[in-house]
Design a protein around this ligand. Sequence first.
Ligand code: V47
Ligand code: SF4
Length: 380
Amino acid sequence: MPATDYAARFREIRDKVESEERLSLDDGIFLYNPAVPLQEVGQLANLVRERKNGNVGYFNINTHLNPTNVCVYRCRFCAFRSDLRDPKGYVMNDEQIVERGREATENGCTEMHIVGGLHHKMPYEWYRGIIELLNKTYPQIHLKAWTAVEINWFEFQTKKSKQWVLQDMRDAGLGSMPGGGAEIFHPEVRDQLCEHKANTHEWLQIHQTAHEIGLRTNCTMLYGHVEQAYHRIDHLIRLRELQDRTGGFQVFIPLAFHPENTKLDNIKKPSALMDLRTMAISRLMLDNVQHIKAYWIMLGIETAQTALAYGADDIDGTVRHELIYHDAGATTPECLSVDHIKQLIAEAGRDPVERDTVYNHVHREPHDFTKWTSGAPVGV
Ligand code: V47
Ligand code: SF4
């Protein structure tokens, strides 16, 4: 396509975004063409970002808990999993789990992000018990737990429906669900990465059911491995269609592939330019999702800061005990202090706002940082 044609096509897309018209599959694929200047795609995404979330840069104070890394599945992109008899394999006991809750409380965490492997021998009751134990001991902490892949495994273990499992987990104290396990929905790619685990239909059905019973959930896309632009846009459109029906997704998180220690370690990790383009295109395609998260652990601090001008309005939390990305070669720090995370957001020209998991504004008591209340969602 000659340069003048690229400019004309981009103008068409800009007009659509300015008049709040939905972008099509072809529009999205076009924006991935390297001949379309990244800065222009970013500026357009920034327009939508500021329209939806003003100048706010959200963060939260959170910790991760991965109760086991032993997993029956063997996703080719995963460096975290372990075999049953591998010395790397672990299963946390109740004492260790409660200790994590205590540490989280001491550090003022509002959220525990809980995901892990599907252990060959641990029954459903063990997974449910983790939620119940933490919720009973530390009721003020929001438990964002279990990906759709785990819920699908619990269906298999219990022989009960999605609705039953989700309601049972909610009764135990589940607050919301993270967005993992989505990877790439298109079967041409999913079949190469993780053909054995919950398929696209199951993933979408589980999130739909969660939304129907009133649980908010997050959504993700794992990019930068064997997929093409077409597969990424197809993935975003499938999320957008579900969101049209339920409105239950609160944030989308594009996840950049980290190849180290995986079966795909011949692939180079995506460049910062690819990360920013994907962030921006996600913001443009997902016109019905309120927030886009630049997960600093996975992107690196500098790219996450830059992403706040390329469509993202959230950089996730202070994050303690992250394993999934560090096992796969992430070199980001283990945890950021609250002052540091606020300073990173301010340095990017945004107003740092502490949120809870469901995007209420958190108010801290001035003389006791570990005490807080959550207010109404922050207006812009
Ligand atoms: O499903 C696994 C991805 C996901 C690798 O909801 C990898 O707020 C890159 O979903 N390189 C789990 N990605 C993490 C996740 C998440 C993270 C932060 C916040 C939220 C949220 C959700 O991580 C997996 C998979 O897609 N993943 N291995 C890897 N080597
Ligand atoms: Fe298991 Fe999750 Fe790793 Fe897949 S990504 S192997 S389901 S721990």
